[in-house]
Design a protein around this ligand. Structure first.
Ligand SMILES: [Zn+2]
Ligand SMILES: [Zn+2]
Length: 338
């Protein structure tokens, strides 16, 4: 099969590699219909992460696809099902998985698609993917919805839900700030905040394209370098930029919440005294995709969420190396496999 390989910063190629096979009775094989980049992939390709020195490896961990083979112990998943694939591998039954912390699975640890962490599980920019514990890790897509714009459901799209909804539960008339900077996660958060949480939502960024999308999704949009409000119930740092993280930390009301989905590979200064004086609840960590995929898909099926507005372009499978190494790959390019 063909698989997109990250070779080195700025270098991607499509290689012919061995196709995966069913290993365990609970495995399934999925052929992608559409795959897309996690915001992190752009940073890997640009060479600004520690993983950027670990090539060559198959890249990509977001896709939707069709189940083409199942092991004898799969009971829910059937051949022909159209599914979203969680970005990380989880058993579904260990202590952490049962708490909903599926990215902390005690059996699989850091195992995921598309990055060389805890074994090689291949990448979702490949023609076939092996999914362990398929009944758990695959989410059936709603019927009648074009799966292409759901390519991100196994990671960034579900992270939009996860970063907003559990935190604002029980808050009347929530006000939410989203600090953008990476490609798509901030926009998925805006969509969830406006349309699922019914929140007054403010989006801060300096990228005109992303700002236009946020406005279309219903946010009030402001230049991140201008004046900012300081009384939000929840601020989301989707920037991976220490200066913007600081702004997010300083933008919430006393006892407010800051959820950071940015990945910081080095220590960053944090305004601890200000956090102490106001009382700030801060969370930073990997997204636990699987439990958040189902409510996200339900919101898409109900017409509440609008992932199609966040897609920046739809391309053919063979265009992956050129588009993803170009100077303007777009904030959410989706690649369709014929
Ligand atoms: Zn990711
Ligand atoms: Zn587990």
């Amino acid at each position: 099969m063909r698989s997109l390989i990250f070779v080195a910063p700025g270098q991607l190629r499509i290689d012919e590699v061995d196709a995966p096979v069913i290993v365990d009775a609970t495995d399934a094989l999925v052929r992608p219909l559409a795959a897309t980049t996690c915001d992190l992939d752009h940073h890997v390709i640009r060479g600004i992460t520690p993983m950027s020195a670990a090539g060559p490896f198959p890249i990509g961990h977001e896709c939707v696809g069709t189940v083409v083979e199942v092991g004898p112990e799969c009971t829910d998943v059937k051949v022909g099902d159209v599914v979203g694939v969680a970005w990380h591998i989880a058993c579904g039954t260990c202590t952490q998985c049962r708490l909903g912390h599926t990215a902390r699975c005690l059996l699989y640890g850091d195992a995921q698609y598309g990055l060389p962490l805890n074994g090689s599980w291949g990448g979702t920019f490949s023609e076939l993917i092996r999914v362990p514990f398929a009944d758990f890790n695959l989410a059936p897509l709603p019927k009648g919805i074009d799966p292409v714009h759901l390519a991100s459901i196994g990671d960034n799209l579900a992270l939009g839900w996860e970063s907003v909804m559990p935190t604002i539960a029980g808050i009347d008339d929530p006000e939410i700030a989203v600090f953008g900077g990476t490609g798509s996660i901030g926009l998925y958060c805006v969509d969830t905040a406006v349309h699922c949480a019914g929140a007054r939502t403010v989006y801060y960024d300096d990228d005109p394209t992303r700002m236009a999308v946020a406005e279309k999704l219903g946010a009030e949009v402001f230049d991140i370098n201008g004046k900012r409000e300081k009384n939000f119930h929840l601020a989301i740092d989707a920037s991976a930029d220490p200066a913007r993280l600081r702004k997010a930390l300083l933008s919430v009301m006393p006892e407010g919440y800051v959820n950071s989905v940015g990945i910081y590979f080095e220590d960053v200064p944090v305004p601890m005294l200000s956090l102490y004086l106001r009382g700030v609840n801060f969370h930073n960590g990997k997204g636990h995709a699987r439990p958040n995929m189902t409510p996200t898909l339900e919101a898409v099926a109900a017409g509440t969420l609008h992932p199609e507005l966040i897609t920046s372009g739809i391309y053919g499978w063979d265009e992956m190396p050129d588009v993803l190494t170009s100077s303007e790959p777009g904030h959410k390019p989706i690649f369709v496999l014929d």
